[in-house]
Design a protein around this ligand. Structure first.
Ligand SMILES: [Zn+2]
Length: 460
């Protein structure tokens, strides 16, 4: 990766302006120079950003807000973040712009051919994994270093530097991908037999798998049967309403025989559910099918069907399985008229795939330009903690609060995905109680509860 181009610098400054009110007289003083030209004596009262031309990150660590943070593109050995020289210049000690751009734009993901079995960029390949810093929003720290520099420059030159913050405390975005709606769907029931005979991976003990197969048959045969355990939307909505939360439900149509859902948006039950959720102030968005990440006709088809069911165009999308092809999937979403995506999180580790706890606009490297859609980063999904990482409930809760501490430092967002079908007492005994108490304890620390749609309306 060469020096940042003019467009890449402007892209990074666009996001920096989420943290300070661009003061024109300061912006006018910006100069971007090669890292070996920062001491040019002709500069007077400038804000000097050194540009690194190092190809791959050569990390060093610094301290920002009492936190040890790796800088990906250092340009000096200084432990300070910046200095003001005798000519009144503010000179940053490192290339914070490139360090921010590298993560925010997803540059590292395009460098490697590594993908998992469904085409996702694996956390194991990321620099965050290598540096053990997935749970730190590094880009926010880099921007903090720059704004601290602006403040020192403002003091020196008697200019007012005003900070900006998205939320007073932090924003809490809760969402649910509606992958499954029937625990006792006949295919789920017969799948248990397959699992029992070892033809598919088992989630329960052998005895419980067999018991659930027979339970499923009896459920189907019982004319007075109760509600299916995965048709739990009204209970979830009631709980959230009690806590003052309005979440987003992303619905997934059946397209692929096995890998998508087992319902259509036009099913009466689904249409009525969508109406109820909308009437209660929840957001309904699109959960893009496995094909939609790559195929235009698939993306457009489900957008049309969702628009019909909703009565208006959905604003937001999350791709099923977080399957994503950068920048192609973004281009399809933009073509479909969607305003935001919220698929960018690591499947196997909670934290910050793009190092940022704010909404951001993605970068299209092929066209060297910023894309016109918001990305609301996904911070944690329950399946990451429970399945990939095999955390206990207490460890999951601890991790949630570690991430909230970070979001709160910067007035950023904590975004949690919890699948309705993961409130499965057979697989995770006590999960419903734990989930409810988790929501209560999050609400106790005073977040602004907001949907993706509202958030995007606020910042656009
Ligand atoms: Zn899904």
């Amino acid at each position: 990766m060469k020096r940042l181009s003019e467009k890449q610098i402007q892209y990074t400054l666009f996001h920096l302006s989420q943290h300070w009110k661009n003061e024109p007289s300061v912006v006018k003083s910006f100069v971007f120079v090669n890292q070996d030209e920062v001491d040019n004596q002709s500069y007077l009262g400038k804000v000097i950003f050194p540009l690194s031309d190092v190809q791959v990150p050569q990390t060093t660590t610094i301290s920002i807000l009492n936190t040890t943070v790796p800088v990906l593109f250092p340009v000096s050995k200084s432990a300070d973040l910046y200095r003001i020289d005798g000519n009144g210049n503010l000179i940053f000690a490192h290339d914070f712009l490139k360090s921010a751009f590298y993560l925010l734009s997803g540059w590292q993901e395009l460098q490697t051919g590594h993908r998992d079995f469904i085409g996702r960029y694996p956390h194991s390949q990321s620099i965050q994994n290598r540096l053990r810093c997935t749970k730190l929003p590094l880009v926010n720290y880099y921007f903090e270093a720059i704004v601290q520099g602006f403040e020192a420059y403002g003091m020196h030159h008697n200019k007012l530097i005003e900070r900006r913050r998205l939320f007073n405390e932090f924003g809490f975005l809760l969402s649910h991908d509606v992958d499954r709606v029937e625990f006792y769907h006949y295919r789920e029931i017969f799948f248990k037999l397959k699992q029992y005979f070892g033809l598919s991976k088992r989630y329960y003990s052998k005895a419980l798998t067999l018991k659930l197969f027979f339970k499923g048959l009896l459920f189907k045969l019982n004319p007075f049967r109760k509600t299916d355990p995965w048709w739990n939307f009204d209970k979830m909505a009631e709980q959230e309403k009690r806590l003052g939360i309005r979440s987003t439900f992303y619905f997934l149509k059946q397209e692929h025989k096995n890998m998508d859902s087992r319902y259509q948006f036009s099913d009466t039950k689904i249409r009525n559910l969508i109406k109820r959720l909308i009437n209660d102030g929840f957001e309904v968005g699109l959960h893009g099918t496995i094909h939609s990440a790559k195929h235009e006709s698939s993306m457009m088809g489900q957008l049309r069907e969702m628009t019909k069911a909703l009565g208006h165009k959905p604003r937001g999308i999350r791709q099923h399985y977080l399957r994503f092809f950068h920048p192609y999937t973004f281009r399809l979403q933009i073509k479909a008229g969607l305003k935001y995506d919220t698929s960018l999180g690591f499947a196997e580790h909670e934290g910050y795939r793009n190092g940022y706890c704010y909404p951001f606009k993605p970068y299209d490297f092929e066209r060297d330009e910023m894309l016109d859609i918001w990305e609301i980063p996904l911070t944690m999904m329950e399946v990451t903690a429970l399945n990939y990482r095999e955390l206990s409930y207490e460890e999951l809760k601890q991790s949630v609060f570690d991430l909230i501490v970070e979001a709160r430092k910067f007035g950023g967002i904590f975004s949690l995905l919890w699948h309705n079908c993961r409130l499965d007492e057979y697989q995770y005994p006590g999960i419903t109680k734990f989930y409810n108490s988790l929501l209560e304890s999050i609400v106790d620390v005073s977040p602004t509860c907001i949907t993706g749609r509202k958030l995007v309306e606020t910042i656009s």
